[in-house]
Design a binder for this molecule. Structure first.
Ligand SMILES: [Mg+2]
Length: 189
């Protein structure tokens, strides 16, 4: 039987807790790109939209006072967090550059302080920093929507890809979930 008590979970924010799919489609359209939902995954989108425009789009998506609030929570995120809350220690580890604004968004979505607060939310710069924080906190399972980030988590035992658009069915070097529902099953196994 799995030892539940030894699991310590880490979550990425963007693309895991926040679903930017529709917001990215809307924004990209303003810049002249017609995107399909599966093209909005960050690492995929970087190959479609040239860097200066991608950066501009990303800036609006994360920091515009109105638009940044429009991305909904990923379906099931709140329910599953509510179930995990008293079962496992968990942390948010995000690369958002403006933690105060990220916290504002989390408050707006009803996740702060109910599920995340100063004690379990960490904001870092690089993927390598996620590894370092994860190591210090003893995170055993980390969920991220970018393969390039998971690659850097050398000290985290269970790296789980949040593959909402089913883009990477052949990836086996990481755990893979397509929804929060699948995550709940994965973690309780
Ligand atoms: Mg992400």
């Amino acid at each position: 039987m799995a030892n539940y008590k030894n699991k310590i979970i880490g979550f990425d924010l963007d693309g895991v807790i926040l679903d930017h799919t529709m917001n990215k489609i809307r924004l990209a359209k303003k810049f002249g790109w017609e995107l399909k939902p599966e093209q909005t995954q960050s690492e995929t989108l970087k190959h479609i939209i040239p860097e200066p425009i991608y950066d501009q789009l990303q800036n609006i998506l994360y920091y515009d006072p109105k638009i940044s609030l429009l991305s909904p929570l990923t379906r099931g995120a709140k329910n599953v967090l509510a179930k995990l809350k008293n079962k496992y220690p968990y942390f948010l580890v995000s690369r958002r550059r403006d933690p105060q604004w990220a916290i504002h968004i989390l408050k707006f979505k009803g996740l702060w302080p109910k599920f995340f607060n100063e004690n379990n939310a960490f904001f870092v710069i690089k993927p390598e920093d996620k590894n370092e924080i994860g190591r210090k906190l003893g995170i055993t399972h980390y969920i991220d929507d970018e393969l390039g980030v998971l690659e850097k988590l050398v000290n985290i035992e269970n790296k789980i890809l949040f593959d909402a658009h089913n883009l990477f069915p052949h990836v086996t070097r990481f755990g893979r979930i397509k929804s929060w529902k699948e995550f709940a099953d994965f973690i309780n196994d």
